[in-house]
Design a binder for this molecule. Structure first.
Ligand code: FE2
Length: 438
């Protein structure tokens, strides 16, 4: 696969992880198959693309957005644009020294649509607003009300339209919770007490709760390894903090769990006196001297009466970048979609769909020499079944040295993609994306 280290370079500077340097717009796109005509909007995906060509860690390159606009069965355009942040203009800047200025974002991790705005996200700074054609509008801070950064993994509640999010600090306060209304007004900010400065990449919402993950990846600026001053701690412990969505620090109930790290939960929901959280769980991460381990699907069930958390492994495939339909976030759900990792590093050789009701899974294999990313679910027209819709992802074809946007029928995972939109260039392996409907 493309991600093997070459010339002693780390994986994120080689093969299809390596950055590209030009910004292009292409309107004549060849399509194999047929694009479902109900898909009207834009698939957008963010990733780390160091402008200088070099970076100390995969997470520390400048953000570049790749997008494809679909309309009435046609692909109108592909384009890619850097997110124009002060760090992009200041090429020699060290991202780890830009944490005091909330506008000095890499803006490289996720891109979402909320309250009519498109926001490029990272986890140490303010979001950056983009136009519909991916030009940068500027840093976005809710009319000056957002006094912290924003996680790259806020959650949009499908029932209320609210954006629920948090920010973790390397100095106190170590955790802050925020809630924005469906109209994009920041309506609540609360400091949450935790024991120390940890890296908190994502969190969970349910209909009634938010759940913070306080896990043992601690910041340690005295011992920087691998480009990030973060280390696994055998002493910190691991806890889940449950809070009502409009609650405050005094309402948080903490539950101990076995130490682990979770970059990404699949989904969470309330179930009577319990809260169920499905996650891609690592036995450990960034642990010095320990071999790398694979993320596997786990389920945590928090019993709010007994105070105990039941933990069980659901599967043994190596899977990450989990997604559920936007309409099921925080609600009981049946299907989760993941990128299944092969030997080529953090990139997908298949999409694996989990059926939580029957405890089974099925894969859509991408084929030899082809590598994909996070599968984003987009509902079909008048969808009734939960899996009535499509998975969208960029797929790199090593033989062609180019990428495609593929559209897979989520209810027929073993079939070939219903459409492959051939792009004029390769799209480097990246992080997260969204479907922003018209
Ligand atoms: Fe992430």
């Amino acid at each position: 696969m493309s991600a093997q280290p070459q010339e002693n370079k780390p994986f994120w500077l080689t093969g299809n992880f390596a950055p590209i340097y030009d910004e292009v717009t292409e309107t004549e796109l060849k399509v194999t198959g047929s694009i479902p005509p109900e898909l009207n909007g834009r698939y957008l995906r963010n990733g780390s693309n160091p402008k200088s060509g070099d970076t100390a860690h995969w997470f520390l390159g400048n953000g570049m957005i790749h997008g494809v606009e679909l309309e009435n069965g046609n692909a109108n355009w592909y384009r890619n644009r850097y997110v124009q942040t002060p760090l992009l203009a200041d090429e020699g800047a060290d991202p780890m020294e830009a944490l005091d200025d909330r506008s000095k974002s890499l803006a490289n991790t996720h891109v979402i649509g909320h309250a009519g705005k498109i926001l490029a996200l990272e986890e140490g700074h303010w979001p950056f607003e983009l136009s519909a054609d991916l030009e940068t509008v500027g840093a976005y801070n809710y009319d000056g009300k957002l006094n912290t950064g924003m996680t790259a993994h806020p959650k949009i509640c499908p029932e209320t339209g609210e954006l629920l999010f948090f920010y973790y600090g390397m100095t106190p306060p170590y955790m802050t919770y925020h809630r924005a209304s469906a109209q994009g007004e920041l309506v609540q900010s609360e400091e949450i007490e935790v024991k120390g400065a940890t890296m908190v990449h994502d969190f969970n919402i349910t209909r009634n709760h938010v759940i913070f993950m306080d896990l043992p990846l601690v910041w340690n600026f005295e011992n920087v390894t691998g480009g990030l001053p973060i280390q696994w701690s055998d002493d910190y412990g691991a806890r889940l903090g449950v809070m009502p969505r409009d609650g405050s620090n005094k309402d948080v109930v903490w539950y101990d769990i076995d130490p682990c790290y979770v970059y990404h939960p699949v989904n969470a929901y309330d179930n009577g006196d319990s809260i169920v959280i499905d996650v891609c769980r690592l036995e450990h991460s960034m642990k010095q001297g320990a071999p790398d381990v694979s993320p596997v699907l786990y389920q945590w069930t928090i019993n709010q009466v007994t105070g105990k958390v039941n933990e069980r492994q659901l599967d043994d495939h190596s899977v990450e970048f989990p997604r559920v339909p936007d309409s099921r976030v925080g609600l009981p759900y049946r299907y989760g979609y993941t990128a299944q990792f092969g030997s080529g590093g953090p990139t997908a050789n298949a999409f694996r769909k989990y059926d939580m009701k029957t405890d089974t899974s099925i894969a859509h294999e991408l084929g030899n020499g082809r590598a994909g990313g996070e599968p984003v679910f987009v509902p079909g027209a008048g969808a009734s079944a939960e899996d009535d819709g499509y998975l969208l992802s960029f797929v790199y074809d090593q033989a062609e040295n180019k990428s495609e946007l593929i559209i897979v029928d989520a209810s027929n995972m073993e079939k070939d993609p219903v459409a492959r939109i051939h792009l004029p260039r390769r799209v480097p392996a990246g992080f997260h994306g969204s479907w922003v409907a018209d």
